[in-house]
Design a protein. Structure first.
Length: 121
């Protein structure tokens, strides 16, 4: 009888019977056993676990890459501020050196006490 079932060709009506039997097996909890997947169940669970870990790691990497990009922007802004302050410090030190030399030479020229007056036309 088993050989007769294997030799028989399938028909379109067999699809409905297969779907009905599969649905009933799912309801009874025997679907995986009918497909003979029960011996590979541990492997399937392990693969799903690995996939979940892969997704979690990729989310973590993406999150840390976002933080790196934000920190790069902050570093760039701080470098601009630092270069501005360095320029100001260098300018002040050279002005102070000029003022010191002028005092040593006995000149009355120095830094202005007030801002420059703008003449209108």
């Amino acid at each position: 009888m088993n050989e007769e079932i294997r030799m028989r060709k399938w028909k379109i009506s067999d699809i409905g019977v297969f779907l009905k039997n599969s649905f009933m097996a799912i309801v009874k909890g025997q679907f995986l056993m009918r497909l003979r997947i029960d011996r590979y169940f541990v492997h399937i669970v392990y693969v799903f676990f690995l996939m979940a870990m892969l997704i979690l790691v990729s989310l973590g990497v993406e999150n840390s890459q976002g933080k790196v990009e934000e920190n790069k922007k902050a570093i760039k802004e701080l470098q601009i501020i630092w270069s501005d302050r360095t320029f100001e410090a260098a300018g002040r030190s050279s002005r102070m050196a000029v003022a010191k030399r002028l005092r040593e030479m006995g000149s009355s020229v120095g830094e202005p006490d007030q801002s420059a007056t703008v003449l209108e036309r």
